[in-house]
Design a protein around this ligand. Structure first.
Ligand code: NAD
Ligand code: TYD
Length: 355
């Protein structure tokens, strides 16, 4: 079985659902259910004996120890993190606590657990750390895409905390021999993404008839990957990679934010036309830029393709339309996660920011 941290969040929940559906392997999820989590993401598995959701903090070493001892997982897949750049700029404490100290706690408990395993289980055990391409910093328009040899140059409190956690994982392999793997993936999109991130935020606000905030001039570029392709890549690395390796994962789908937001509006115009025939593009509003905003991310996932045979299954166009359709079909989910504390964040983040 697998121990999956952060399995009630966006990517973690997709990973749990995909993995149980495709392999049938049992999963214990450890998740502290922060604002970004939603146990309803896993509700289709609520009565399934293959899923066990444990509410707790990755920094709680005695809890982590007891889960490892009790369930004897063949791997720990670590998604749990504070993941939103804007929140890290507003308040960074939780980023250091979870991303740095939490990862350290998991590494130490995994090392103690792994040390006392029988040789066969020791050889098989993996600690897979899910990280981001943001640790590599920002690219200029003509720079080659990030690959596994790109030096670290994190720019935001979020990416700095993820970079720190990557370094800890690397050191636990180098020093103690813990069989670790690191994946650095580009921006994900798909079902269950919390609507503080650009794509679900745009869909949610367009449907509500609210302004769609584009930071700066909208020229920043992100490389988008559908979450199901990210999950397949993680499983590919888990099964196929030697310990100590790192892999970059990306969708080969670079888009300028403004173009992306316009495309979202155009697809919504087709799938959910405004009763008065107006385009959602009218809601696009340029707002004050994010401090330290990275200009461009891009991934060259050629090594993962050539050595482990992974390529994304979805094109950006088909993945995006499918995703928009998912949000249109799951109005209740969107409604649920955008009440209360969400509204507080949106007003704190966007009021007084008109560019
Ligand atoms: P998310 O914010 O949607 O979910 C994070 C999950 O971790 C939540 O369920 C939350 O409750 C849980 N969590 C947070 N702190 C915890 C703690 N102290 N103990 C236990 N659980 C805790 O994030 P996501 O977008 O699903 O990202 C998952 C991972 O993938 C993160 O490590 C992130 O850095 C990485 N990543 C994300 C993207 C992206 O585009 N979203 C891209 C590349 C890498
Ligand atoms: P986001 O989804 O927060 O992901 P990340 O910062 O990790 O890349 O943002 C994606 C891009 O969209 C990023 O360049 C910032 C920009 N953005 C906006 O223009 N407006 C918004 O309201 C948000 C949340 C992001």
């Amino acid at each position: 079985m697998l121990l999956v941290t952060g399995g009630a969040g966006f990517i973690g929940a997709n990973f749990v659902l995909n993995t149980i559906a495709t392999s049938g392997e049992s999963i214990v999820v450890l998740d502290s259910l922060t604002y970004a989590a939603n146990p309803a993401n896993l509700e289709t598995l609520v009565d399934d004996p293959r899923l066990n959701l444990v509410v707790g903090d990755v920094g709680d070493r005695s809890l982590v120890r007891s889960l490892l001892e009790q369930h004897q997982p063949r791997a720990l897949v670590h998604f749990a993190a504070e993941s939103h750049v804007d929140r890290s700029i507003a308040e960074s404490d939780a980023f250091v606590r979870t991303n740095v100290n939490g990862t350290h706690a998991l590494l130490e408990e995994s090392r103690l657990f792994w040390n006392q395993l029988a040789p066969q289980s020791r050889d098989r055990f993996r600690f897979l750390h899910v990280s981001t391409d943001e640790v590599f910093g920002s690219l200029g328009p003509q720079d080659p895409a990030f690959n596994e040899l790109t030096p670290y140059a994190p720019n935001s409190p979020y990416s700095a905390s993820k970079a720190a956690s990557d370094h800890l994982v690397r050191a636990w392999h180098h020093t103690y021999g813990l069989p670790t793997l690191i994946t650095n993936c580009s921006n994900n999109y798909g079902p269950f993404q919390f609507p503080e991130k650009l794509i679900p935020l745009t869909i949610h606000r367009a449907l509500a008839g609210e302004s769609i905030p584009v930071y700066g001039d909208g020229s920043n570029v992100r490389d988008w990957l559908h979450v199901s392709d990210h999950c397949t890549a993680i499983r590919t690395v888990l099964e196929g990679s030697s310990p100590g390796e790192t892999w970059v994962i990306g969708g080969n789908a670079e888009r300028r934010n403004l173009d992306l937001v316009q495309t979202l509006c155009d697809v919504l115009d087709r799938l959910r036309p405004d009763p008065e025939g107006r385009s959602y593009r009218r809601l696009i509003t340029f707002v004050t830029d994010r401090p330290g905003h990275d200009q461009r991310y891009a991934i060259d996932a050629g090594r993962l393709r050539d050595q482990l045979g992974w390529t994304p299954a979805k094109t950006f166009e088909s993945g995006l339309e499918e995703t928009i359709q998912w949000y249109l079909n799951h109005g209740d989910w969107l409604e649920n996660v955008t009440s209360g504390r969400y509204r507080d964040w949106i007003s704190q983040q966007y009021s007084g920011r008109q560019g």
